[in-house]
Design a protein around this ligand. Structure first.
Ligand code: AP5
Ligand code: MG
Length: 219
């Protein structure tokens, strides 16, 4: 299955992507996660991306497109992938079209996690992420068994640098201005399947599976 997951910051893309990845056995490719890893390793891409991410602005298209181009060529993408947070601009969407054309493959669906802006700020401010395995938690909605510690790997839970209230407002503006048109782009191609992102995480995932179909449909 070749899939995009889209939605505003805090919509639950990463949370649903982790479930989709396990169920459909496809790699979860999050450009945000890739940038954060590059920043922690202080690579050239990381150093370039940091100032944009800290402010909640988009990293320039040229940098982001190259990152995804290289990633999609890896062997684990041969049987499918789930792109999370890419494309975020029309230029990125067009570049992805070209990458897929070169690989002679097509997208199966674009999953839109739909949610009201008012809910997002509370979700993002309360988010905590494992510093080791990147599992996502929430201070009230998805608490770890032991405060500050990841249930899965025992890593320390940290707050993202761009999860401040001020930065979130800019991220939401950027989303409405630059990324919503990408949804229209895929809507015009009949690829978008929307799910309500409000409610119980597992129940949302049940709806996602209903929208996308069974594993056998893609093997
Ligand atoms: P990125 O990492 O992609 O961040 P984002 O799009 O802002 O989205 P988030 O990761 O904040 O939210 P999410 O939808 O994954 O929500 P989550 O599941 O964690 O990008 C970060 C930055 O990198 C960008 O601002 C940009 O600078 C740069 N970047 C990345 N890609 C780029 C690109 N293509 N081009 C240019 N720049 C790029 O959930 C949020 C919280 O809510 C969690 O605590 C979770 O536990 C909780 N939660 C989830 N679901 C539910 C639910 N149903 N009910 C209650 N709580 C829930
Ligand atoms: Mg995410």
């Amino acid at each position: 299955m070749r899939l995009l997951i889209m939605g505003a910051p805090g919509a639950g893309k990463g949370t649903q992507a982790a479930l989709i990845k396990d169920y459909y056995k496809i790699p979860h490719i999050s450009t945000g996660d890739m940038f954060r890893e590059a920043i922690s390793k202080q690579t050239k891409v990381g150093l370039e991306a940091k100032s944009y991410i800290d402010k909640g602005d988009l990293v320039p298209d040229s940098v982001t497109i190259e990152l995804v181009r290289e990633r999609l060529l890896k062997d684990d993408c041969k049987n499918g992938f789930l792109l999370d947070g890419f494309p975020r601009t029309i230029a990125q969407a067009k570049a992805l079209d070209q990458m897929l054309k070169n690989l002679e493959i097509k997208l199966d669906a674009v999953l839109n996690v739909d949610i009201d802006d008012r809910i997002l700020i509370e979700r993002i401010v309360g988010r905590r992420t494992c510093s080791k395995c990147k599992e996502s938690y929430h201070m009230t909605n998805k608490k770890p068994k032991v405060e500050g510690i990841c249930d899965l790997c025992g890593g320390t839970l940290i707050q993202r640098v761009d999860d401040t209230e001020e930065t979130i407002k800019n991220r939401l503006n950027v989303y409405h201005l630059q990324t919503e048109p990408v949804m229209d782009y895929y809507n015009n191609q009949g690829l978008v399947k929307s799910v309500d992102g409000f409610g119980d995480i597992e129940k949302i995932f049940e709806k996602v599976k209903n929208l996308l179909g069974g594993i056998d449909d893609f093997n």
